[in-house]
Every structure is written in C-alpha cells, then in structure tokens.
Design a protein around this ligand. Structure first.
Ligand code: GCU
Length: 463
C-alpha cells in the first residue's frame, strides 16, 4: 500500500487449532454414455477414458446431459475432461438441476491433449441433472467425461493443495491443477501486530475461510531496519501460525520508501536467508521479494531480483517467489509503461510470478485491461488490492472491484486484499478498537469493505 502511519504496539500471539482431514469419493460419468443433443460419440482422438468422447456439433446450444446420482445432498465438484484442438476458447454453460454457471474451455493445443476444468456446485440427494451446453457457434470442446467429487471442505487449503508451483502462466497445486488462492494481507507488523492473534487468525482461517495470509513486514517507517531480530522473529511466528491453521503464507518484504529495492538488498539477503533456512521444509510458503518498487525502471527491479533469487534458492529450491513490478507493482501502468517491458525482458529464474496491485476506486479500465492482457502472458499474483483509493482510504467502488474479482476468477489469478487491521482507514476491515480483543468472527466489527471482502473470500474454493 502506498502510505500509512500508526502507533507501534506489541502483542503476543499464541497457538493454534487444526482441522479434520477430508474424505473424498469420486464417481465417473462418461460422456459417451450420456444424453447427447447435437453431437456425436467418436473415438478418433487418442487419450480419452472409457470407449470414446462426444464431439459437439459446432453450434450454440449443443449439449451433453448427465444423470448424476448423489448419496447425500451438499457441495460437490464437477471435473470435466475435455480437449479443444483450436486456439479459441469454447465456453459452456454448466447447468446443475437448472442452475447455470459458465466456464471456459480454452484451447489445449491438439485434440489428443485432454485437460480438466472443475466447477464447485451443490447436488441433491438422489437424482441430479448436469447439462453442459455450448454457448458459442463453435460448439463445445470434445468432452470425455465428468468426475463428481467431494470438495475439500473440512480439509485446509494446504491439505488440499500441498506444495505450489508456477505452471506456465498459472499457479498449480501438487497435482498440477491450476488453482486460485484468496486471502488477506496484514497491515504493517510495526503498527498492527496486535491484530494478528489467536482469535483473529482463527477467524481468518475458519470464519473467513481464507487460503492465504500475507505477512506484511515493512522495512522502513519503523519496520525491519529498526530491529531486524524482532521483526524476523515476528515473521517466523506468523509463518507458524498460518501453518498451524492450514493456510498459505506470503512472506512480504514490504519495501516502499525508498522505492529502489536495491537500497535494501543486503538486508533482504540476510532476512530471506534466515527465513529460507528455517522454513524450507514447509510446503505452504510464497516469498514476495519487493512489495512496491517505485521511481525506478523495470531493469533496476529485475537486477535486484537477479541478485536476491539465487541467494534464496541456495536454501529453498521450491518455494514460489513473487517479484514486484515497476511503479508500485502496477506492471508499469502508473508510470505510463506496460507489461510489455517484462514480457520482453523477464526475470531469468524459474518458479516465479510477477505481482500486480490495484485500488478499485483509483484504478479503472487501463489497469483492468493491463491485468487481463498480462495474465495471458505472464504468471501474475495480485498480492495487494483494495476496494477504495490507493491510499487505502476513501469510498469503496464495489462495482469496479467486482469486475476485477470476476476477471481474476476467470483467469485463476490469486489475490490478497489489504488489510486485516483496525486502522481508521476504510480499507482496514475491522472497526477502530477491535484489536486485540475482537470479536473477529462474523460481521459485527467489520467496516463495509470488510463485509464485502469476507463474503467473497468465504465462497467455495475451486481446488
Ligand atoms: C475437428 C476434430 C473434432 C472436433 C472438431 C471441432 O474436426 O477432429 O474432434 O470436434 O474439429 O472443431 O469441434
């Protein structure tokens, strides 16, 4: 976030709670055994399961309908296996007992490359109708099957996904499935550490159902540089707290002023070396190495990444690393540049993503369009955004915010909202005076932005 100031208060944090392991059973329904309208069962492209697949007629309204039997009512995942040998997305409307959501079936390169797309839904006990209908004149993709499973409800995000890795332009879980994480950022640990305690983190994990906590450690403004030992220990502790609750944790090196990340390079090497040495056995971390570079070129930020990433990799070969971008992690837009400079000159490292930050009441269609374009070319993680202005304060623009969220859901861009504190500004989710005592669960102490974002973090994950 661009700026903020508040008191230094220290509070102790204690331990934890764990959740039960999920039990899941899956049932397969082959498309060749389903009801087909305007399509044909074929077997000329290898790699399908069962005895064939359905080739939809190239027309809007062609469909495959499955009779799905569920033992009990409740949440379920529908995983559709498909191939689309064209370069054009073939979206389909997935209607479950008449309730429809539309999902994408992007090109898979060739007709023999079968991929999966998953929707989370609710089934009735007994008979259900699942219809997958083509919504464009190209018709549907070739559809192999649907697998009906139990969502990871009851399991934690980390139990469901394990070690993350960057796959192409997406974030994938341990099974190679593309996933989206959604969660909250802390405010600066030097100001709002008291908002990160047993009760607030329980609420974040269990009531908000957050997948990820971003641990925002400022370097200047009374942060790390004033007491490296204290702040490093706070981060160690919060990593353990997130881990105990089955959440992912982003270790955010919150450099901001000065805007050149190289100013703090030696400090960053010291800090991340200790973090990586201590936590390299964990599977739930992401390292964000430069919060918001500003006033410097992309090549300056890139040089910093080239200095720091090999140091981290000596101790931790597989934790994804998130690299800040020019002009407050706007991919350059706030400087009148664009993502092109990164596409043309990417960081020379693997398992990395680039960060994008936005504030919906300040950042309109140029930002939205940049995010949409960039996400097709670069792995992007939105490690910070707000529904208000870039000061983290002012009126909320929920309409614009929803446009961003819809785009990020569609492109599986992970996101983290700013911020989990009781700062007076509108973007701090709790009303002033909530910390340290709470209550943190429910909505009684939430500002409007808090009510809005909690609703959107709580919705079922598509893991
Ligand atoms: C090709 C391909 C079919 C596919 C069709 C389509 O003809 O062989 O399997 O269904 O394209 O565009 O839908």
């Amino acid at each position: 976030m661009h700026r903020s100031l508040r008191l230094v208060v220290v509070a102790a944090i204690a331990a934890l709670s764990l959740q039960a392991t999920p039990v899941s059973a899956a049932t397969t329904y082959e498309a060749e055994s389903a009801t087909v309208s305007q399509g044909a069962v074929e077997s000329n492209h290898a790699g399908f399961s069962g005895t064939g697949f359905v080739n939809y007629d190239n027309t809007t309204g062609s469909y495959v309908q499955f009779a799905v039997d569920a033992a009990t009512s409740g949440p379920a995942t529908l995983t559709l296996r498909y191939a689309n040998g064209t370069a054009v997305n073939r979206p389909m409307a997935i209607a479950v007992n008449g309730t429809t959501s539309t999902i994408d079936f992007p090109g898979t390169g060739v007709w023999t490359n079968w991929q999966e797309a998953t929707v989370t839904t609710t089934l009735n006990a007994g008979a259900n109708t699942v219809r997958a209908t083509a919504t464009t004149a190209n018709g549907g993709p070739n559809l192999d099957r649907i697998v009906v499973g139990t969502p990871s409800a009851g399991g934690t995000p980390v139990q469901a996904n394990g070690q993350l890795r960057v796959c192409g332009t997406k974030l994938c879980n341990q099974n190679g499935k593309q996933i989206q994480l959604r969660g909250m950022s802390s405010h600066g640990l030097q100001w709002y550490h008291q908002c990160l305690n047993t009760a607030s983190l329980d609420a974040l994990a269990n009531d908000w159902k957050a997948d990820v906590l971003r641990i925002s450690m400022y370097i200047q403004e009374g942060g790390y540089e004033t007491n490296p030992r204290l702040f490093t220990d706070r981060v160690h502790n919060l990593i353990e707290q997130a881990t105990a609750r089955g959440m992912y944790a982003i270790v955010d090196w919150h450099m901001l002023s000065p805007g050149d990340p190289n100013h703090n390079l030696d400090r960053a090497k010291t800090f991340f070396t200790e973090i990586a040495q201590r936590h390299n056995g964990k599977n739930n971390l992401l390292y964000e190495i430069a919060n918001e570079p500003n006033g410097v070129s992309w090549s300056t930020v890139r040089n910093y990444a080239h200095q720091l990433i090999p140091v981290i990799r000596q101790h931790d070969p597989d934790t994804p690393i998130l690299v800040g971008t020019r002009a407050w992690s706007s991919l350059g837009v706030s400087d009148g540049a664009s993502e092109t400079e990164i596409i043309n000159n990417p960081v020379n490292a693997t398992n990395i993503m680039y960060t994008f930050h936005f504030y919906a009441a300040s950042h309109g269609t140029d930002y939205l369009d940049t995010l949409s374009r960039a996400a097709d070319r670069l792995p992007i993680f939105v490690t910070e955004f707000g529904t208000q202005t870039s000061s983290g304060d002012g009126g909320n623009n929920f309409t614009r915010s929803q446009q961003y969220l819809d785009l990020m859901a569609q492109k599986k861009i992970s996101w983290v909202n700013w911020n989990l504190s009781d700062d007076f500004r509108s973007g701090a989710v709790f009303t002033e005076g909530t910390c340290p005592s709470g209550p943190f669960a429910g909505t009684s102490r939430l500002k409007p932005a808090g009510v809005w974002i909690r609703d959107r973090i709580r919705t079922a994950d598509d893991f």
